[in-house]
Design a protein around this ligand. Sequence first.
Ligand code: ADP
Ligand code: MG
Length: 346
Amino acid sequence: MAEVKIRGISKAYSSGVPVLKGVDLDIHAGELFFLLGPSGCGKSTLLRILAGLVKPDTGSISFDGVDILSLPPEKRRAAMVFQNYALWPNMDVFENVAFGLRTAGVKGRELEDKVMEVLELVQLADFAKRSVPSLSGGQQQRIALARALAVDPALLLLDEPLSNLDARLRDAMRSEIRRICSLRNLTALYVTHDRQEALSMADRIGVMHHGLIREIDAPENLYNFPETRFCAEFLGDMNFLNGKISDGKISTAFGEFKLNGKNYPVCAAGIRPERIKIVEQDLPGSFEAILEERTFSGESCDWIFNANGERLAVRESAPAKRNTGGTYRLYFEPEFLLAVNSAELD
Ligand code: ADP
Ligand code: MG
């Protein structure tokens, strides 16, 4: 495991359009760090630069204080797991996993021990002699992970590794990857566009947009207290309120409320649907609203309320029976009404 420092990394491919625009990032030793962002924002390009498959135009990268950009890929000890597994179909499982070790000159008993150790880690020790095409997608992805782990990487890179798996398998693999990373105390950089994956697995998340990391924090903080409208919307549903914002307050059709957050020059006020409660008592700060719509989804229900002309989405888990057209009282804790920076990101 290594401490990774990325400074001022920029890249434009031949078209000249900047894909990375001066990325700075520190990944702590032993951390599972997620880069989360929409397709095309530059995530894979940054991973390829770390792996040595693409050269950046500017910037520096070090592992434990040692510059790695001058090193060829095989000397960097950065191992990559790809979305499409990238296994060799003509080699058996053992040989796929052994490949990097053989290249590094490991052989005999030591080679066998190392390969079997990582195959045990991914729970496929009995599959060593199997051919790759005879395995399921999930098993192939585990072999790809074992192959990356076999070389004892300073940095493990994972590029949307679960995108080709079905939902049930994906859930199982999420906890599996987390278990392995923490067991081996790996430093890992995991790239995805899937917010559930990032929120459920990451130690920290960096949210990326147009070639820059815009916000970095632990999942709970980033979800509950995002600073930008982009990040707030990318991580989940949010009500943005209409009304005049000044002096850290918003005046809406259903009352005036204090905002939690900075006074941004271009500011929006947002609250997540699950933070609005349907209450019985007339709490200070509560307000009346008429129930207009419901969308039931099993464990929760999304209600649409109308509060004096303002439409509000409210998410209730273990939902009670409620009547559309009825009048209810809504309430939220003031800390969850956020001021976010809603200036257009460049
Ligand atoms: P992400 O992984 O976030 O989807 P990528 O890093 O793959 O983003 O791509 C970022 C941008 O760079 C996209 O617009 C993509 O089309 C472009 N791009 C990626 N690879 C190449 C390449 N080899 N040559 C030219 N353009 C590329
Ligand atoms: Mg990608």
